[in-house]
Design a protein around this ligand. Structure first.
Ligand code: ZN
Length: 206
């Protein structure tokens, strides 16, 4: 059995790239990719333990793509057949630690790939389409996402990943976060919601 992999895309919405103070990548550059271990997954409905090795825990609401077949798509048309379904999730990030690691030129794993850092809803088997979604913290909508605003479209992400990794059934792809990321507090509820995909809720432990 192939262990499931979690790919994450960074800097895929221009407004979020600007809020992070990063320059926009040139058109021909590949996307920013990092990974989380499958053991970082937290299914919807569960409480999320608070990490102990950083201070500023940020939410990033993201559309997640599930892969259903093995191989390397080479065109956007081919890539569509690799999709098993979609869901919503949160890429939890220790932002203070990420800033330190970026400044030192070090890998991001300690800030991004810790236990319980990948909140992921159930896969919904709907066709590829334009998805609009929100990320709500407690009672306030903090992020509004629209896949039409992605720098790398979903089919293009699959082609770009396929250049490096053979896609496998069970792979998950967190496709990047729109603008509006911010810090969580103990006891916060996190709600990711879309008219097509439904609503997924987590709660930070106090
Ligand atoms: Zn992210």
């Amino acid at each position: 059995m192939n262990p499931m992999r979690i790919f994450c895309i960074g800097q895929n919405y221009a407004a979020h790239v600007r809020e992070m103070g990063a320059p926009l990548a040139a058109e021909e550059e590949p996307p920013v990719v990092f990974m989380k271990p499958s053991t970082s997954l937290v299914p919807a409905g569960q409480d999320v333990p608070w990490p102990r090795h950083g201070q500023e825990l940020h939410f990033e609401t993201e559309l997640v793509v599930g892969i259903g077949q093995s191989g390397r798509p080479t065109t956007a048309e081919e890539a569509v057949a690799f999709i098993d379904g979609f869901t919503l999730g949160f890429d939890l990030t220790l932002r203070d630690l990420q800033r330190q690691l970026k400044a030192a030129g070090h890998p991001w794993e300690r800030a991004k790939a810790f236990d319980h850092s990948a909140l992921c809803g159930d896969l919904v088997r709907v066709p590829l389409q334009r998805f609009q979604f929100t990320g709500r913290i407690a009672d306030t909508v903090r992020q509004t996402g629209d896949t039409d605003d992605m720098i790398f479209s979903i089919p293009r992400l699959l082609v770009e990943l396929g250049r490096v990794w053979q896609l496998q059934p069970g792979d998950l792809i967190f496709t990047g976060t729109p603008a509006g990321v911010g810090p969580l507090s103990p006891g916060d509820t996190l709600t990711a919601e879309s008219p097509t995909l439904g609503r997924f809720v987590w709660r930070m432990e106090s």
